[in-house]
Design a binder for this molecule. Structure first.
Ligand code: AMP
Length: 540
């Protein structure tokens, strides 16, 4: 017997219509590429998203055709999120930090028909358009009078001109909720990038889950600032969760330096922010010398890379901001775990609570996880035994877009991360499986070694890699960027490790560098670092 409830497909268009109807006057504020601040409401955003849908129809785009973006976090990008997916097309957010060759490869692989881009990316589009053979229309996300003359880009028009003449009424089509809604290519440190293809169902379920109190806890009382880019896994789904809850949205545009982000948090009374550790590192570095404080910020979600304990401490103890450590990946839409405490933890001391908060957290309902050994046998949840982390659930990838092989192992997706899980279900990432250092048959977590280094007051960033060793196979060394105007010597830093980790895990050497190479999503690029240090010799 089937249930007798209405069978209404979960479609992304319903999110923006909900926001327009029930939170029509809630604000969306954006710092624009031009540098000024734009503000309007969900009601106006919905009208313009409908204009986008009409404009796409006018281009005779087919159902499921791909519309690409090269854009920062801003209101026009937000309108495309809804206009493109809502009308049944697939929004393909391209990461502008990728190599131009890779961008062209991705656009061709996705068979993008339209490319919408912020003017900051004009030189990039000029460099790649001749290679992007499927793109028929180029839209510059600007006013008509800002459209560059003689750009050399065919069929280029301004966004405002493109949607301007279109009606703000649109009957959103109703279709199967499993229809593709958006796609995102993984940055792919090896081989060609691969695309996760999200559906209306997976994105809506993820948006519901993300808003839960023990997940990102997003509400209509919040003003949220997604610093995490909309070109990276849909900004962790925040543009959807914000509409689902009616939260005020604040978009940073291209200005992600510490000063700009801090000023936006203060001027827009942001209560809630989300981003990768490097962004928050820049902000804390900006705040410290002047003794700046937050007046409204209460919580920040930090993920994408391991959040160093020193950062969690600084936010918590120095600024009174709760850090929610999150873990996920492009293939997971992206949220998998978030670190929030349970009722039974109330009686713990602050130190004991902090020990839990440092972990990547427990899974959200909808995600199932396990750790396995090399033979695929499930390992115990004792907080000590580590193994390969596998996940499954309705917003986790089944296969890559036009992928060649089945990525799943008996229905589970192998994340490539190595982790422990404790008896309460709190997961802690030890490493990417390819970054783990194997010394004398034992594993050393590069994340642990980096966390200790960045706890030193003179260290800005640190990356630990393994170097070949005749006796131990591999030994860890740590590449360090010092904070401006501060100093620490090799020996001082190595001494700093004493008592903080087992002796044999202390790095063999410190290499001071000007910068650590970062990948397109702001993560440390250890492959590149290994290349840069290829002639490095361990001290005798
Ligand atoms: P991406 O698909 O580019 O978002 O990268 C996903 C990968 O980033 C994961 O598989 C992890 O290796 C890493 N990652 C994400 N969040 C965290 C975190 N909180 N701690 C440690 N690693 C993380």
């Amino acid at each position: 017997m089937l249930g007798l409830m209405q069978n209404q497909p979960m479609l992304i268009s319903s999110l923006i219509e909900f926001a327009a109807r029930h939170h029509g006057d809630a604000e969306i504020v954006s710092r624009r590429v031009e540098g000024d601040i734009h503000r309007y409401t969900y009601r106006e955003a919905a009208q313009r998203a409908r204009q986008v849908a009409n404009a796409l129809d006018a281009l005779n785009l087919e159902f499921s055709d791909r519309v690409a973006t090269l854009a920062w976090n801003g209101y026009r990008h937000f309108e495309l999120y809804y206009g493109v997916s809502g009308s049944g097309r697939v929004l393909h957010t391209i990461n502008p930090r990728l190599h131009p060759e890779q961008i062209a490869w991705i656009a061709n692989h996705a068979q993008d028909q339209v490319l919408c881009f912020d003017l900051s990316f004009l030189p990039l589009v000029q460099a790649v358009h001749a290679k992007c053979t499927s793109i028929r229309h180029y839209i510059a996300l600007c006013d008509a009078d800002k459209l560059p003359a003689d750009s050399g880009i065919p069929n280029l028009q301004s966004y405002e001109n493109w949607i301007g003449g279109q009606p703000s009424r649109y009957d959103w089509p109703v279709f199967d909720e499993n229809t593709a809604s958006s796609m995102c290519y993984t940055s792919g440190t090896t081989g060609n990038p691969k695309a996760a293809l999200y559906s209306h169902r997976s994105s809506t379920l993820h948006a519901y889950a993300a808003a839960l109190p023990d997940v990102m806890s997003i509400s209509a009382r919040d003003a949220i600032l997604p610093v995490v880019p909309m070109f990276h896994v849909n900004a962790w789904g925040m543009p959807y969760s914000a509409a689902l809850t009616g939260a005020k949205l604040v978009f940073p545009g291209p200005a992600m330096d510490g000063k700009s982000v801090y000023e936006l948090i203060e001027s827009e009374k942001v209560t809630y922010a989300a981003g990768v550790p490097t962004v928050w590192q820049m902000m804390l570095t900006h705040m410290k010398p002047g003794g700046l404080r937050f007046s409204t910020l209460r919580r920040t979600v930090i993920g994408g890379s391991a959040c160093p304990p020193a950062m969690i401490h600084a936010f918590n103890n120095d600024y009174g901001v709760e850090v929610l450590h999150a873990w996920g990946m492009t293939e997971m839409s992206p949220l998998g775990t978030l670190c929030t405490l349970k009722n039974k933890h109330d009686s713990l001391s602050d130190d004991e609570k902090m020990k839990i908060r440092l972990k990547q957290g427990r899974v959200i309902y909808g995600v199932d996880m396990k750790i396995v050994d090399g033979g695929g046998e499930e390992l115990p949840w004792d907080g000590k035994t580590y193994g390969d982390l596998l996940v499954k659930g309705p917003w986790i990838i089944r296969e890559y877009f036009q992928g060649e092989s089945d990525p799943l192992v008996n229905g589970w997706f192998p994340t490539g991360d190595v982790a422990t899980i404790d008896a309460d279900g709190y997961m802690q990432i030890t490493d990417r499986s390819k970054d783990v250092i194997k010394s004398g048959g034992e594993w050393i977590s590069s994340i642990d070694i980096e966390n200790i280094a960045v706890a030193h007051p003179a260290v800005l960033m640190a990356a630990c890699i393994g170097v070949a060793h005749p006796k131990w196979d591999e030994r860890p060394i740590i590449a360090v960027v010092k904070k401006p105007g501060m100093d620490v010597s090799r020996d001082e830093l190595l001494a700093f490790y004493e008592g903080k980790t087992a002796k044999w895990q202390i790095p063999d050497d410190v290499v001071f560098v000007d910068a650590i190479p970062l990948g397109a999503t702001g993560k440390m690029l250890k492959t590149r670092l290994r290349e840069l240090l290829k002639d490095y010799q361990l001290p005798a």
